[in-house]
Write a protein that binds this ligand. Structure first.
Ligand code: URA
Length: 433
């Protein structure tokens, strides 16, 4: 088989066979196919697309390119959720303890921040002492004991994706539906869960900018998961504005704890309860409405918060931070960004908000960068809110005063005002079964 023929076939709109896709991913993994041929095929896929069968083959080959985990010794149903990435998205910190407190097992392997989007592992590391690496035996023991463990991906999961993603990133081929689906699901299927709920974000803070594109991606990923024998559902949720008010690691943990105490922002609470309800329902805990009632009760009776504390303690984190979030280290400096005009916030470019938080030190520009866990943004006003001239739009936090200028400029440029109230947008657009 020759890579040249595979590229030519896809370039001319042909359908690749299972063997051709396996040959390609094998060569990506073992380094025998040069970067220029990998990139050329990615570009051909970008323009010509892939059938569902081809995308499934690509996903399974990516999944099989590295380690897999065996969770068969975990007792009970294992359920996970996966977000396609957003800004202020701390849902895992809320949803995982809710679901685990109701007896469904959550063995979660999360990622770090990517570009403008945050990552659960970085947020958890804002809790002093929290270990995001556990041995397989400790991880499984903890899930069996308390129903919940959250770690980073320390294994060689889907190494083909790592290589492909790095090349897509520099050849303008990230936003191809089959390539995104194979990348996300290839990694997700390497973990051993029974049920998966996907949170497919849509809007300016996500990879998919329109609801129709997001729905198509969700449909494709649900079909791939079902083909692999998983129980699947996908929610299409709004990422045209940050979720909640907090962007940045410790600020987001604090907001997640507030949400578990029943005092969270309305939008974050609604998205978390909806995700939890569908996870519980897939795991056999009744209809989504019945499961929603259980999820609400887990917040109001304090059992979800107690589960988060149990997980933090089990992984070596300082529980006093969760008991009283005032104990989190504060940023050295804060600055209020005030509106120069009166009016409604018509639109906020969510990706730019994520980049503003990154510019304050809350994320990494290179893999080696250290994170300032206390850095970030607290939004005082969001899309649809009325603002008087001089009122605070947001407060910025950082340990490095010199970073305010750039972050404030980004935030201002990303916020569009108008005189009339903008139309309300739904938080959950659709559910793909
Ligand atoms: N997230 C991933 O893991 N892969 C993509 O291609 C896009 C988002």
């Amino acid at each position: 088989m020759r890579m040249y023929d595979i590229i030519k076939k896809k370039r001319d709109g042909g359908e690749l066979s299972t063997e051709e896709i396996a040959f390609f991913i094998q060569g990506v993994t073992d380094g025998s196919i040069p970067d220029y041929q990998i990139s050329a095929l990615c570009m051909a896929i970008y323009f010509k697309g892939m059938s569902v069968r081809e995308t499934c083959d690509l996903t399974f080959a990516v999944r099989d390119s590295g380690d897999k985990v065996d969770f068969s010794s975990i007792r009970g149903i294992r359920v996970d959720k996966h977000s396609t990435g957003g800004v202020g998205d701390k849902t895992s910190l809320v949803v995982a303890p809710i679901v685990a407190s109701l007896g469904v097992k959550v063995a979660k392997m999360s990622g770090r921040g990517l570009g403008h989007t945050g990552g659960t592992v970085d947020k958890l590391e804002a809790i002093e002492g929290f270990r995001t690496t556990l041995s397989d035996a400790d991880f499984i023991r903890q899930v069996n004991d308390i129903g919940l463990a959250i770690v980073g991906q320390s294994r060689q999961f889907a190494p083909a994706d790592k290589k492909l993603y790095a090349l897509r990133d520099v050849t303008a081929t990230v936003d191809s539906m089959p390539l995104i689906a194979a990348s996300i699901m290839g990694k997700k299927l390497a973990a051993d869960d029974d049920c998966i709920v996907l949170d497919v974000k849509t809007g300016s803070g996500s990879f998919m900018k329109t609801v129709d594109e997001s729905r198509a991606l969700a449909r494709l990923m649900v079909d791939i998961g079902k083909n692999a024998g998983k129980k699947m559902k996908a929610l299409i949720t709004n990422m045209d504005r940050p979720l909640g008010h907090a962007i940045g690691n410790s600020l987001e943990v604090i907001e997640a704890v507030e949400t578990l105490c029943g005092r969270g922002p309305e939008d974050l609470t609604e998205v978390c309860l909806t995700l939890a309800a569908h996870m519980l329902s897939l795991a056999g805990m009744g209809t989504p409405d019945e499961a929603m009632a259980l999820a609400k009760r887990a917040i109001s009776d304090g059992s979800a918060l107690a589960k988060l504390k149990e997980c933090v303690a089990a992984q070596g984190g300082d529980v006093r931070l969760i008991e009283d979030t005032k104990n989190f280290k504060k940023a050295k400096y804060s600055r209020d960004v005030r509106s120069t005009q009166s009016g409604y916030i018509a639109h906020a470019d969510t990706e730019a908000y994520g980049l503003a938080s990154l510019a304050l030190g809350a994320g990494r520009n290179t893999a080696e960068d250290d994170i300032d866990f206390s850095a970030g943004i607290l939004l005082k006003k969001k899309t649809g809110d009325y603002v008087e001239a001089g009122e605070t739009l947001a407060t910025l936090y950082t340990d490095n005063e010199a970073l305010f200028e750039g972050a404030e400029a980004r935030l201002r440029a990303a916020t569009r005002m108008q005189s009339g109230r903008p139309e309300e947008e739904p938080l959950v657009y659709d559910i793909v079964e």
